[in-house]
Ligand binder design. Sequence first.
Ligand SMILES: NC(=O)c1ccc[n+]([C@@H]2O[C@H](COP(=O)([O-])OP(=O)(O)OC[C@H]3O[C@@H](n4cnc5c(N)ncnc54)[C@H](O)[C@@H]3O)[C@@H](O)[C@H]2O)c1
Length: 248
Amino acid sequence: MNIILSGCCGRMGRQVYEACSALGLTVRFGVDLKAEPYAAFPVYTSFSSQKAEQGDVVVDFSLPSCLEGLLDFCIPSGTPLVIATTGYSPADEEKIRKASSHIAVFRSANMSLGIHVLKLLAKHAAGLLDGFDIEIVEKHHNQKLDAPSGTALMLYDSVKKADSVLITDRTPFHRKRDEREIGISSVRGGTVPGEHEVGYYGRGEKILISHSAQDRSIFAVGALRAALFLDGVRDCPGLYSMDDMIQL
Ligand SMILES: NC(=O)c1ccc[n+]([C@@H]2O[C@H](COP(=O)([O-])OP(=O)(O)OC[C@H]3O[C@@H](n4cnc5c(N)ncnc54)[C@H](O)[C@@H]3O)[C@@H](O)[C@H]2O)c1
């Protein structure tokens, strides 16, 4: 399978290239503003500047600002797209949703299998622990741009109720915690690839469920698994997730 690597010169782009080499997949070309060729595939500064090259699936670990160029390439060429980038605005989310009626799109804010299992456990525990306060803590390296992390927001979605209120900053308030609140706290420092903890705090007891990424390669391998999955459904446009891949 020929992979097109968007954001190829970044931390994750390089990990995906290494994972491709290990799995015997070819990177056909890369796109990155930095345009620093570091392997035997051409790197272009944008999709519009590449020379009519084609590949089987685009894998994207870049920035939300790349979305427009990415979709302008994938939709007309019918190329399936794995989106791993986080930090999109609601308007971007809508563009992705619309694109998925034309092409197969796989999206997950976290490509690791472990986080997916954490999400399932967190949802189940939230259903059992009625009346417990839920707080999510995420930790990432000091170069991360968005906060809270896309994964923390995904975990929030899995534990929230209809009347839950997301709190990411308590400083504007001077009051007790409302029982409908679910807080997300973001820690940034050093080289942490990603840590997430969902805590359930009751009267006299607490339960903590956590996941710690020890190596970025888990995200790269997960994204390539998603690319293989998308290649299999390339003729069925839609918005696919980790749930779809695992069920298959
Ligand atoms: N879904 C997951 O499992 C997962 C895991 C890790 C990181 N991420 C997300 O992936 C994204 C990238 O993370 P990273 O740590 O590799 O970041 P990074 O900053 O190291 O890499 C991003 C790359 O995108 C390039 N880029 C930026 N704007 C561009 C543009 N307009 N056109 C072309 N290239 C452009 C940059 O030059 C850079 O090389 C982030 O949103 C991060 O949150 C997702």
